[in-house]
Ligand binder design. Structure first.
Ligand SMILES: Nc1ncnc2c1ncn2[C@@H]1O[C@H](COP(=O)(O)OP(=O)(O)O)[C@@H](O)[C@H]1O
Ligand SMILES: [Mg+2]
Length: 195
């Protein structure tokens, strides 16, 4: 895999090009994620300024990835990880597409985070883009590097509050334009939401 990862080119921290063997499937604050065509694996390639996170995330995955609520990790290299491809969508995409988020799904995320805590780790950065719903209805939590931080992260508890206070109400819409969700995220970051 290393040879392909070396063909992923960044200019500063923005993606400039990548090999044909890879298909872009997502990116976040620390990395770009590609599906390796004709396999059930993805490669998470960290931006040049985030290279050190790869090793941290690999260590966390080594401890949790046999659990059914997390993807498996197959390989950890310099600045990249090879992870099981989760066939499905993030909870963020569920909101955009109007796919209902059920209470069972919320309980599954709680179960994942309880397991993480039982290992002495500190589940953090668990938000809509880091939780996936598989095509057969199971939950997988991804993006686990920040589980090593000491600081408390309120994001999952806040999302749960919003779920029970608003989303679960019968007349509350279950589908939202992407732009609307992004605005809500910005307001949340600025602590301007009544949560
Ligand atoms: N194992 C995976 N299977 C399928 N899609 C994934 C997988 N890992 C990440 N993704 C997609 O790529 C996006 C970015 O990955 P993530 O690990 O959250 O990166 P970052 O650390 O930069 O936030 C996710 O929001 C998701 O859409
Ligand atoms: Mg992420």
């Amino acid at each position: 895999m290393k040879a392909f990862v070396e063909q992923v080119i960044f200019h500063n921290d923005s993606l400039a090009s990548y090999p044909d063997r890879f298909e872009w499937i997502g990116q976040g604050r620390s990395a770009v994620v590609f599906k390796c065509k004709e396999t059930n694996r993805v490669v998470k390639v960290f931006y040049p300024s985030c290279q050190a996170i790869a090793e941290v995330e690999a260590d966390v995955y080594q401890r949790i990835s046999k659990h059914d609520l997390f993807p498996e990790v197959y390989e950890a290299g310099e600045g990249y990880l090879v992870i099981e491809y989760v066939t499905g969508r993030t909870l963020y995409d569920c909101l955009v597409e109007g796919i209902p988020i059920t209470e069972d799904m919320i309980h599954e995320v709680d179960r994942a985070l309880q397991f993480v805590r039982s290992l002495g780790l500190n589940p953090s950065d668990t938000h809509l883009k880091n939780i996936m719903l598989t095509e057969d209805g199971r939950i997988k939590v991804i993006d686990v590097a920040r589980f090593t931080q000491e600081e408390e992260c309120p994001q999952w508890e806040d999302l749960k509050k919003a779920y029970y206070m608003y989303y679960q109400r019968r007349y509350f819409p279950k589908k939202y334009p992407r732009l609307f969700i992004e605005c809500v995220i910005q307001l949340y970051r600025k602590r301007l939401l009544p949560i």
